[in-house]
Design a protein around this ligand. Structure first.
Ligand code: ATP
Ligand code: MG
Length: 431
């Protein structure tokens, strides 16, 4: 992609209404733009990151047999009246009327629809276990939308729904999802802290929130200081709670073994038994022809919130520092002297080699943003650091005389000199 063709309206100015780093940097780097309170346009840079995150989620869901589909964003109120949540959900639910005066709503979550699709098609215990998920827009009319996309009203969520024959099955599904979440967040360069949670409005008796440490987080976490080095299996039972649940008198951990930090909730998983299957009369027949109400769980990830959480945990005073797995591009190419023929030639050669022809679809292919704009060197560096692509290839007139360019690591600031051929060897397409 040529930066001169790319829609990333960057800005030097700190927006007046943005208070936390992720919000400021997402606005300044031209990732998002506010459309209304708590509602954002997702511009191309941010969309690339949403897609990278979604792909990691898809791969980890596939490993545990969770199948992707789409529920709907607009739902009929009928299902919610059946489950008893239509009134209970309160003002966070955006309610709509169609032209026939029918009651509809914009999905804040999809337990009812998942239960409905299940009862329509699954009639036998042989159809279990089943796990379905989507990555789709949600709307919650939050009382205080704030911190940009961190707490928006419209946001992108991954939500999965599991159906099992009995408690043991449901628990196994829950544990599989728990492990998939740990892997998902680790692949994004994050350290997830799973905390035992109250299940709130969704109800039930087994629930974990996945928190990411960040000073600007809304939750205060109390956790065993061994947690960051715990194995995946240990993580499920190690002591970690939010301030709402923490009671120093009943804590199983002495104070000197406790860590206290702020966190952002990026995921939340629930087991809620037969709450919806019974309320909505979703049942299957067992081997003896008896009615059996499936045990259910639901499992959310705040995909759009994750972008803000990743930035909160990975930035410096100059801008974003993307972990490689979710970066909008793998490498950015800066031609500092666009009027110099040697620089232009070298940059063009590197660009074409990395970018390749469109036919190549090897998954190892690296994506490059080539800053070919006719702007000052200072502006190019500032934008590259602001946007935060992990690797910068810098082509300048002095070095190129000796057939050298610089490769800079955005995170460490480390620079190594290489020939254009070595850069191509490292980042070029391999197919
Ligand atoms: P919170 O306590 O932050 O309001 P929640 O418990 O209401 O979250 P869930 O219903 O479990 O959230 O939704 C699953 C995930 O969706 C959350 O873990 C969070 O990452 C994300 N999420 C929830 N509300 C919002 C929001 N208003 N804006 C962005 N992401 C959100
Ligand atoms: Mg909420």
């Amino acid at each position: 992609m040529l930066f001169s063709n790319f829609f990333a309206p960057t800005s030097k100015d700190t927006p007046a209404d943005a208070k936390i780093a992720s919000h400021i940097l997402m606005l300044r780097s031209g990732m998002v733009s506010q459309a209304a309170s708590g509602i954002y346009y997702w511009l191309p840079l941010a969309t690339r990151v949403l897609e990278k995150i979604s792909r990691i989620i898809d791969e980890e869901q596939a490993r545990i047999n969770s199948q992707k589909m789409y529920f709907t964003t607009i739902q009929s109120a009928d299902l919610w009246i059946e489950s008893g949540r239509y009134e209970a959900y309160g003002k966070e639910m955006l309610r709509l009327k169609d032209r026939k005066d029918g009651d509809f709503l914009y999905s804040p979550t999809n337990e009812e629809q998942a239960t409905d699709i299940f009862r329509k098609y699954v009639k036998s215990y042989r159809g279990l276990p089943l796990c379905l998920y989507q990555i789709h827009w949600k709307f919650r009319d939050e009382i205080r939308p704030r911190f940009g996309v961190m707490r928006g009203r419209e946001f992108l969520m991954k939500d999965a729904y599991s159906f099992d024959i009995n408690f043991e099955g449901a628990k196994a599904s829950y544990m599989k999802m728990f492990q998939a979440y740990i892997r998902t967040f680790r692949r994004m360069g994050l350290t997830p802290i799973p905390v035992q949670a109250d299940s709130g409005a969704i109800g039930g008796n087994m629930s974990h929130e996945f928190q990411i440490l960040a000073e600007t987080g809304e939750s205060t976490l109390y956790y065993d200081k061994k947690l960051p080095t715990a194995s995946d299996e240990e993580l499920m039972n190690i002591f970690a709670v939010t301030n709402e649940k923490y009671d120093p008198n009943t804590s199983s951990i002495p104070e000197n073994e406790l860590m206290v930090s702020k966190g952002v909730e990026v995921g939340h998983i629930f087991y809620f038994g037969t709450k919806y299957s019974k309320a909505m009369n979703a049942f299957v027949l067992d081997e003896n022809g008896n009615k059996l109400y499936p045990e259910m769980g639901s499992y959310g990830i705040g995909v759009s919130r994750l972008i803000a959480a990743i930035i909160e945990s990975s930035h410096d005073e100059r801008g974003i520092i993307w972990p490689e797995a979710v970066a909008p591009f793998d490498v950015t190419l800066l031609n500092l002297h666009h009027k110099n023929e040697k620089c232009r030639e070298a940059a063009q050669k590197i660009y074409e080699a990395i970018n390749g022809h469109r036919k190549c679809s090897a998954p190892t292919q690296k994506e490059v943003l080539y800053d070919d704009r006719e702007i000052s060197i200072g502006e190019k560096f500032a934008d590259a650091d602001l946007i935060g692509i992990p690797w910068q290839v810098i082509v300048g007139e002095k070095k190129i005389k000796n057939n050298l360019v610089e490769l800079k690591n955005r995170k460490t600031g480390e620079i190594i000199e290489m020939s254009p051929e070595e850069i191509i060897e490292r980042f070029g397409k391999k197919c």
